[in-house]
Design a protein around this ligand. Structure first.
Ligand code: GDP
Length: 368
C-alpha cells in the first residue's frame, strides 16, 4: 500500500525486494495498492487481497511481505485471505539484523528489538494457543510457572518483560566496557578514524583497502551491523585505528533506532569521521544529509565536540562522468576514490596522514 507517488512507491518496493533477498528469499512478484490510508481490516483492502491470492496461486509463493508496519489484526486478517504467511517490513528488517549480528552486544540489541516488536503482537498468538489447548486463557497449562491469578498471556508478557530488563542491563554493561576501551585508546593517543555512511556505500570495502582486514563485503543491505575496529598504518608508519560503523537505511524500525545509535557512539571517540558516499548513486545529497543528521544527534546527546569530517566519494569506477563532475562541484573538499580499482586510495592515505599528523600524537601504542 502507498499514499506516495509512483516513483516513491517503486523506490521503496525495490529496496524491500533487496531486503527480502538479503534475508534469503526469492522475490516472485510485486503488487502496489494505491489508497489514501491503509485498509483498517486487511491493510490492502479485500479486493486487492483477493487479487493477491490469485497471484500467489499462479506463482506458488509461500510468503507475502508488506512494505510497512501492519497491526496484529491486519496481519491475521490478510493471512486468512491469502492463505500464506504474511510479514511486514519491520519484521523483515529485524530478521536480517538477527541473521547478521555477530558481536554479543549486537545480538543482545537485536533480541531486545525483536521482543519489543513481539510484545504488543502477543495477544492473538497467546489467545489462540490457549484455545488450542482446549480452554479459556488461564485455565490450563503452565502450572507452577504462573503468578497468582495470571493468565497464560500475562505470564508470557511478564517473562518477556523480565528477559528484556535483563538484556537492557547486559547491554548497559557491554556499553560500559566499550566506553572504557575507547577511553584507553584516547589515553594512549592512538589516532582514530570512524567510517560512516549509507548502507552499501562501500564502507567495509574502504576499510579493507586501508587495512588488510578481510572484513565481509556483501552486495546486500545491512552487511555491516557491528562496528569493526582495525589497526591501519599511515604512510610514515604510524598506527591508527579505523572503525567501520553501521550503515544507514530508510524506514529503520523504531525498535532498532536505539541499537543503531549505540553502535554509532563509536564516532564520539573519533579524531576524524571518514564519511563514505556512494558515487554511483545519482542523488547522494539526501544520503549525505541523513547521515550527517544522525551523527550530529548522537554527538549532541553524548556532549562530544564534532570531529573533523572527510568526505570520500567511492565507486568512481562505476559512476558516470557527468555525475562525477556535478559531485566535484557540489563537494569541493571531497576525495574521489574507488575501493575496487584502488584509484585515489594513495591520495586518501596521504590526506589521512596530514589530518592525523596535525593532532600532535607522538606515540603509536597498539590496542591490546
Ligand atoms: P557498506 O555497506 O558501506 O559496508 O558497503 P560494502 O563495502 O559492503 O560494499 C557494498 C557493495 O558495493 C559491494 O557489492 C561492493 O563490492 C561494492 N563496492 C564497494 N566499493 C566499490 C567500488 O569502489 N566500486 C564499485 N564498482 N563497487 C564497489
Amino acid at each position: 500500500w502507498t499514499d506516495g507517488t509512483a516513483a516513491q512507491a517503486e523506490g521503496s518496493m525495490s529496496e524491500l525486494a533487496a531486503l527480502a533477498e538479503t534475508a534469503g528469499s526469492e522475490v516472485l512478484d510485486a503488487l502496489v495498492q494505491r489508497r489514501d490510508k491503509p485498509d483498517a481490516a486487511t491493510y490492502i483492502g479485500s479486493g486487492k487481497a483477493n487479487e493477491l491470492r490469485e497471484v500467489i496461486v499462479a506463482n506458488g509463493a509461500d510468503t507475502v511481505i508488506c512494505d510497512g508496519e501492519l497491526t496484529p489484526g491486519q496481519l491475521t486478517a490478510l493471512e486468512k485471505v491469502v492463505k500464506v504467511k504474511v510479514i511486514d517490513r519491520t519484521a523483515l528488517i529485524l530478521d536480517i539484523f538477527a541473521q547478521h549480528a555477530t558481536s554479543r552486544e549486537g545480538k543482545a540489541q537485536v533480541a531486545l528489538a525483536q521482543m519489543e516488536y513481539m510484545l504488543p503482537r502477543l495477544r492473538g498468538w497467546g489467545e489462540s494457543m490457549s484455545r488450542q489447548a482446549g480452554g479459556r486463557a488461564g485455565s490450563n497449562g503452565g502450572v507452577g510457572l504462573r503468578g497468582p491469578g495470571e493468565t497464560k498471556i500475562e505470564t508470557d508478557r511478564r517473562r518477556i518483560r523480565e528477559r528484556m530488563a535483563k538484556l537492557r542491563r547486559e547491554i548497559k554493561d557491554m556499553k560500559k566496557a566499550r566506553d572504557t576501551k575507547r577511553a584507553r585508546r584516547v589515553d594512549n593517543r592512538v589516532p582514530s578514524v570512524a567510517i560512516v555512511g549509507y548502507t552499501n556505500a562501500g564502507k567495509s570495502s574502504l576499510l579493507n583497502s586501508l587495512t588488510d582486514a578481510g572484513v565481509l563485503v556483501q552486495d546486500a543491505l545491512f552487511a555491516t551491523l557491528d562496528p569493526t575496529t582495525r589497526r591501519a598504518q599511515l604512510e610514515d608508519g604510524r598506527e591508527y585505528v579505523l572503525t567501520d560503523t553501521v550503515g544507514f537505511v530508510r524506514h529503520l524500525p523504531t525498535q532498532l533506532v536505539e541499537a543503531f545509535r549505540s553502535t554509532l557512539e563509536e564516532v564520539t571517540g573519533a579524531d576524524l569521521l571518514l564519511h563514505v558516499v556512494d558515487g554511483a548513486d545519482p542523488l547522494p545529497e539526501e544520503q549525505i544529509k541523513a547521515v550527517r543528521e544522525v551523527v550530529t544527534d548522537v554527538l549532541r546527546e553524548t556532549d562530544t565536540p564534532a570531529p573533523q569530517e572527510l568526505l570520500v566519494v567511492n565507486k568512481i569506477d562505476a559512476a558516470d562522468a557527468l555525475t562525477l563532475t556535478q559531485l566535484r562541484g557540489l563537494l569541493p573538499g571531497a576525495l574521489f576514490v574507488s575501493a575496487h580499482t584502488g584509484e585515489g586510495i594513495d591520495v586518501l592515505r596521504a590526506r589521512l596522514g596530514e589530518i592525523l599528523g596535525r593532532l600532535d600524537i607522538e606515540v603509536s601504542v597498539l590496542l591490546p
